[in-house]
Design a protein around this ligand. Structure first.
Ligand SMILES: [Zn+2]
Length: 375
């Protein structure tokens, strides 16, 4: 082995001459046919690009009269990068580093990185988990604006990434599994397509909706009332509405005496605002239910109060509850939320931003599966 000192590392080597098994006829031979040199990129050494000049030996097999190249495990077939460099690239891609950074750190091209990504064939899982969660994300790759992410929240694993979120595609995907009946919980946000799919294909699954999606609707309705009132307010009264958003949406227990007084003055300015505030507090109380036996009467109390209030801003909340209450209540009985899925969705956003988008869906999917460490 020869080692040169320069800006790059160049290592010249041949493997030991030995007996080899002919891959064609399995006979043993050590007869050399010829040598050919390949230049292979290896992992950087001391920050310098490293090239292996490998003098490849080809053997001749007397029994079948054919030639073959000696086996060498450090080098994948038809690849100009060593296996360990490929592994290093894959390892770095598990982080949310962008592909350009990984390429320049290892001194390889972006296209070889994408080739490596394509080489990782992520197989479709064989069985569905007991708890399955679904969400969508904007991916803009492979001609689809939205993709779906399926996770197994109990195992903290990304289950799969699908190119689309349409009912047809999702059903086609799920139908392939022979254990659809084993899925006991389906955790999702309020998207009718998901509910229809679960009801059709996952016969034993209890649908669980993340209650925080409803909280957003309630705080949104409260906010709309506050904005309407503030706009109508006489300028002389606006001084009472400093920090109004924060004070109105905060949990009442978390406000100090001074804040409570400011809130009181604010609510005295408008009956609608006081009502919206009361509804929000009723809802927070429902959310804080300690046991599932408390939830139903508290939710009923909230729904009745909204109906009586006639605040148009809360109509959408009533519609949501009419359609989804049953599944929202499941939140209090089962410990599964969309939290893990949403966390992964945020990770995907970082990957996408760092890669300036992925046009090829398979590359994008592989990168996500790698970063989420499921391979
Ligand atoms: Zn042979």
């Amino acid at each position: 082995m020869k080692f040169e000192k320069s800006k790059e590392n160049h290592i010249y080597f041949t493997l030991k001459h030995k007996d080899c098994v002919c891959p064609h006829c399995k006979a043993i031979t050590n007869k050399v046919h010829d040598y050919r040199t390949s230049i292979i990129k290896d992992s950087p050494i001391m920050g310098k690009s490293t090239f292996l000049h490998y003098r490849k030996r080809r053997y001749h097999c007397d029994s079948c009269n054919r030639h073959f190249t000696e086996p060498f495990s450090l080098l994948p077939k038809n690849c100009r990068l060593t296996t360990r460099l490929c592994f290093e690239a894959i390892h770095l891609l598990k982080s949310s580093l962008n592909v350009l950074t990984v390429a320049s750190q290892l001194g390889i091209s972006v296209s070889s990185i994408f080739r490596r990504l394509r080489d990782i064939k992520h197989q479709k899982p064989k069985t569905l988990p007991l708890v399955l969660s679904i969400d969508e994300f904007k991916g803009n790759s492979g001609g689809n604006k939205y993709h779906s992410i399926l996770t197994a929240p109990k195992e903290h694993k990304v289950f799969d990434i699908l190119p689309s979120r349409t009912q047809y595609r999702l059903e086609e995907y799920l139908r392939d599994f022979s254990n659809c009946k084993d899925v006991r919980y389906f955790v999702m946000d309020m998207y009718k397509v998901y509910k229809d799919i679960a009801q059709r294909l996952l016969p034993n699954a209890t649908i669980v909706i993340n209650k925080f999606h409803v909280v957003k609707q309630v705080t949104g309705a409260t906010e709309r009332v506050r904005i309407r009132i503030q706009k109508q307010m006489h300028p002389s009264k606006r001084k009472y509405f400093k920090r109004s958003r924060k004070l109105i949406l905060a949990h009442k227990d978390k406000l100090n005496k001074e804040n409570l007084e400011a809130l009181e003055v604010m609510l005295q300015q408008s009956n609608d605002l006081a009502q919206a505030y009361y509804l929000k507090e009723l809802f927070y109380d429902f959310m804080d239910s300690k046991s599932s036996s408390e939830t139903k009467p508290k939710l009923r109390k909230f729904i009745n109060a909204v109906s009586v209030s006639e605040l148009a801003e809360f109509n959408s909340v009533l519609t949501t509850l009419a359609n989804w209450a049953k599944y929202i209540l499941n939140n209090f009985d089962y410990p599964y939320t969309t939290g893990y899925t949403e966390g992964m969705n945020n990770k995907i956003k970082v990957i996408k931003r760092n890669a300036y988008g992925y046009r090829n869906f398979e590359n994008f999917r592989n990168r996500i599966m790698l970063s989420c460490d499921t391979i």
